[in-house]
Design a protein around this ligand. Structure first.
Ligand SMILES: O=C(O)CCC(=O)C(=O)O
Length: 230
């Protein structure tokens, strides 16, 4: 079941879509975007040579799927410059949504034409993602990383505010039912690549995620260490 969530995070302000939009338009959007997520996940399974290509999408089509739609609004935040000082940290755009990876399976993110989204491929370098209102940005989530035993990696990202314009984004987070046990698919395991994570349910994972800070690497909590890897 999909729900619309409201999050209030730092300077980010979120509008509640149900109150201002036709709810059938929202349901229609959710249905369409869920179908797209399922098609992409079937292609991922095919690419990984997993015989049951609906192994991921089945979880999202499940009536108890915990998928959600979130709308984000980042009001413009004028850049603060000290007199005659353009080099200091005052002269950087502010973070509207702090760095994190998405915990679910897959995220389909759309935005207006105002940039701000950045991804990080290692600890320190941020790459901007060009805004394109006619395209989706697709993020791998932590659950897909666990199910593929690290073949697909969840991406760390954040969103900066713009100094003059509002950024709006809309993210569909495709998730399994709470009771789903998350383990690596057998095809992702071998003698040289045993399972990297202990099994967990999506419900366990959500609970763990809420006990940590946004930017913490939650999958680390379930990572096998030492003898567990044997
Ligand atoms: O607004 C964005 O581009 C990022 C949103 C995001 O990361 C999220 O909603 O989890």
């Amino acid at each position: 079941m999909c729900v619309v969530l409201v999050h209030v995070l730092m300077i980010m302000c979120v509008i509640f879509i149900i109150g201002i939009c036709d709810s059938s338009a929202v349901s229609g959007y959710i249905e369409a975007v869920r179908e797209l997520a399922c098609e992409l996940l079937d292609l991922v399974a095919e690419g990984l040579r997993v015989p049951d290509t609906s192994v991921f999408s089945r979880l999202i089509r499940d009536v108890d799927s915990d998928s959600i739609l979130r709308l984000n609004h980042y009001p413009p935040m004028p850049i603060l410059c000290k007199d005659n000082d353009t080099s200091s940290s005052y002269n950087t755009n502010r973070v509207g949504f702090g760095e994190h990876s998405d915990p679910q399976i897959l995220t389909l993110l759309r935005s207006n034409d105002v940039g701000g989204l950045q991804i990080s491929l290692n600890d320190s370098v941020w790459f901007p993602v060009s805004p394109d209102p006619s395209a989706f940005c697709v993020n791998v989530g932590d659950v897909l990383q666990a199910m593929t035993n690290g073949r697909f990696l969840s991406v760390r990202h954040r969103a900066l505010t713009n100094s003059c314009k509002s950024r709006m984004s809309m993210a569909y987070f495709a998730a399994p039912p709470l009771s789903t046990k998350i383990t690596a698919l057998p095809q992702m395991l071998s003698a040289v690549r045993p399972s990297l994570y202990r099994p967990f349910t999506w419900g366990d994972y959500k609970k763990a995620a809420y006990s940590l800070r946004l930017g913490d690497t939650r999958l680390d909590l379930f990572m096998k260490r030492g003898e567990e890897l044997a």
